[in-house]
Design a protein around this ligand. Structure first.
Ligand SMILES: [Zn+2]
Length: 297
């Protein structure tokens, strides 16, 4: 799933390539991604893209007083194209394309007398579990999942983080990925942050010492800013690979921890898993994983 660094990189890419262009056409291939009816998506036609923002993991394409808000969910992606097909795409259940936005081409290209190019971006979603969501609103706060967001992870300072965690008895892994508490962090970067901070995913935030809070804050800020720096400026197509190459424990079950060499372990649930290093994070003690112990027996 794209998290804060990837969404920030996509926003950056659109700021460089889409701002200043007008929306010329929107092809809605999968109607179910559209979560709002009014204003209609056709109202975006002819409007210029004036800015691109980010709210947690939501992307905000500003077209004057209308916002096209996108949440990529687990398997959604945004793909920029300098050469979109002019022909409307055919809907089909197997088509990963959900929505295509055509934008006005460069004036220079039009002046040269060449055939007009179709530039713009596709929103795609792989797999059968559909979660990609698009809203068209006059105020981003009309999107319920944006209205409920906690402070952005990159805006937190040490004191604000401490305040958020005071009295918090849920597991730290749960808290970091709860968008209502902190916005922007998901399963992958929370694994990385906790590994860097040398904290157990099951640690209780309210019981963290001052040193542990320092370590958590430094890791949160360090991991996210490093990931933003790695991702921004990358081709959108290469972003996913870039994310993977920067990870130390997430998605690396069975591989050596790059810090201590211990084997990266995993705790799995029905539909997801997280990774950690026992030597670095839990005093060498593996966390209980019912599925894994069943398999081992
Ligand atoms: Zn380790």
């Amino acid at each position: 799933m794209p998290e804060l660094p990837e969404v920030e990189a996509l926003a950056h890419h659109l700021r460089e390539h889409a701002v200043g262009r007008a929306v010329t056409r929107i092809d809605v291939v999968s109607l179910s991604v559209l979560k709002t009816v009014t204003p209609a998506y056709t109202e975006l036609r002819g409007r210029e893209i004036t800015g691109v923002g980010r709210h947690g993991k939501h992307l905000d394409v500003e077209c004057g007083d209308l916002h096209l808000i996108v949440h990529l969910a687990r398997a959604g992606w945004l793909r920029w194209s300098d050469d979109l097909p002019a022909k409307p795409p055919a809907p089909g259940r197997k088509n990963p394309l959900a929505l295509r936005t055509h934008l006005s081409a460069d004036d220079a290209a039009a002046d040269s007398g060449a055939a007009p190019r179709h530039v713009g971006f596709d929103l795609t979603e792989a797999g059968t579990k559909k979660g990609l969501a698009v809203w068209i609103v006059t105020d981003p706060a009309e999107v319920p999942s944006i209205a409920a967001l906690g402070p952005d992870a990159l805006d937190l300072d040490r004191d604000r983080l401490e305040t958020l965690l005071t009295g918090e008895t849920r597991r730290i892994k749960t808290v970091l990925t709860d968008q209502k508490t902190v916005a922007g962090i998901g399963n992958a970067y929370s694994d990385e942050i906790l590994h860097t901070a040398r904290l157990s995913p099951y640690a209780t935030p309210a019981r963290l010492t001052s040193e542990e809070l320092d370590a958590l804050f430094d890791a949160l800020h360090g991991v996210l800013t490093a990931a933003v720096e790695r991702s921004v400026g990358q081709d959108a197509a290469r972003l996913k690979g870039e994310k993977r190459s920067g990870l130390r424990v997430h998605g690396r079950t069975g591989l050596p921890c790059p810090v201590c060499g211990d084997t990266v372990r995993e705790v799995s649930f029905a539909d997801k898993a997280f990774q950690y290093c026992a030597t670095c994070q839990t005093g060498g003690k593996p966390l209980a994983d019912r599925r894994l112990s069943r398999l081992v027996k």
